[in-house]
Ligand binder design. Sequence first.
Ligand code: F6R
Length: 595
Amino acid sequence: MCGIIGYIGEKQAYPIIVNGLKKLEYRGYDSYGICVLNNNNVFLKRKVGRISEENSESEDKGFIGIGHSRWATTGSVCEKNAHPQEYNGFYVVHNGIIENYKDLKEELTGKGHQFNSDTDTEVIAHLISDEFNGNLEDAVRKALKRIVGSYGIAVVSPKDEGKIVIAKLSSPIIIGICADGHIIASDSSAVIDYTKQIITLDDNEMAVLRKDSYIISKEKKIETIDWENDSVSKGDYEHFMLKEIMEESKVIDSAIQGRLLEDDVKLGGLETSKERLKKANKIHLVGCGTGYYAAKTGEYLMEEIAGIDAEAQMGSEIRYRNVRLDSNQAAIFVSQSGETADNLASLKKMKEFGVLTLGVTNVIGSTQTKETEGGVYTRCGREVAVASTKAFIGQLTVLTMISIFLGRQRNLNSEKAKEIILELKNLSKKADSILGDCSKIEEIAKKYSQYKDFWFIGRKFNYPIALEGALKLKEISYVHAEGTPGGELKHGPLALIDENCPTIAICPQDSVYDKMLSNMEEVKARNGKIIAIANIGDEKVKEIADDVIYIPKTLECLFPILTTIPLHLFAYYLALSLNRDIDKPRNLAKSVTVE
Ligand code: F6R
């Protein structure tokens, strides 16, 4: 992962770098570093901790600088492993992984090089030094030829001052054209405070930036970013995560706005793919983590509503499998950031096989939106907390609409489509009623906060929601949690159920309701405690469960949107009781740009 930034121009670089790193912190926050050049003097700072605690007001340091916000891949979290990495006056910030770094390190050590860190990135600085013959870009070009892996890099050196050299392979990097110079970054959120004119570097491209010029290997189009940095204020909330959960009802409305017709949906981003989608005989839904659970829900939705063969795929797995792929299939990539490396690698593979590629994406202008042939934005607004919440609700809502779209191209009749559409319009009010009364969920979460293991169960549409509930809990509370279909308990997990392992059972009144009641009885018979998510007024569930969180009724295919909300709140409040670092849980990052 990691975020990189650089500036060269007429302004002081340091505050621009600090400000940019704060915007990129979601990409990694275990350590950070800044290097600024000033007439052969080098200011270098590397620190373990968060850039958000850094003050950008400081004395003049110079007009050329690079910075980095780290999510450790190779080498533990410590000052010497923070970037910029340096050797012999060559300073490098890097997002990606150098796969052959061990061989290169051995070779360079044999030649007398001494290494000061455990990172893979340091070899880049050594290679540049080895190749340097007075011109930085020549040295970088030659050094990169020896590297296997992925990189977005920015390099500066007092030995060839007055320029920043950048290069990219499989890790994003953009150039912002400012009135006073140039700014480079991993993504546009870090440059938008200074310019809206950007150039996106493609794989295997390199650029040399000077104060008033830039050179790229080939001519590139300058794009205009047509969005602002959303407000990143927490408002009155203690955490972004709670603020974002509280926005979940608004997200439903925002996702459906202008897209619902009487018995069909209007999704502009699918217009050009309409004919191919009509003929498609299989839909792959690809995602990672929470995005995968949305994809898994999408699989059930598409089978049920659209009557099409659908299969959820993990971005990190599908690319290595020999799944039969062809041009009669479509793949929908589900991602909040649109930058998840595993998804992007699978996207490349799908394209090679001629599969129609589409995105369900939140971040406008992200790599996924550029690489896919069409798609639908989730319109959730900026999600800041590392744990994805409102984006998941947006993904479920959009996947429901895509299912209607595909269904109407097939056998979904007008009456059924109307029924789902009508209920979609009512759904945010029902979501609001859950959000408006969360004190009970907070109380239950507190009550169970000392347990070390949790089991989440659900069936059919709510099986992926059980997975999502478990992921959210482990991610922010560091408590062990697992999700399984209710029917799978008896095939193994029941062995773990006792009075110390509570089960969260998602049990709305749908077609698998009776089966879920039986699964809850199985848990109870083993002295397991049960927290149930059930419909208002459900007396049967009340009799079995120890605690019940009530939600309104809706259509079976829309239950996942409502059942998710209490699970997000449960995870939040339990983590709060444990005093965890909720918005930035340990070891994680918001955007996972390494494979
Ligand atoms: C979990 C979480 C992650 C992401 C995953 C994919 O709360 O946030 O599991 O869902 O890393 O990220 P995107 O959606 O950006 O592709």
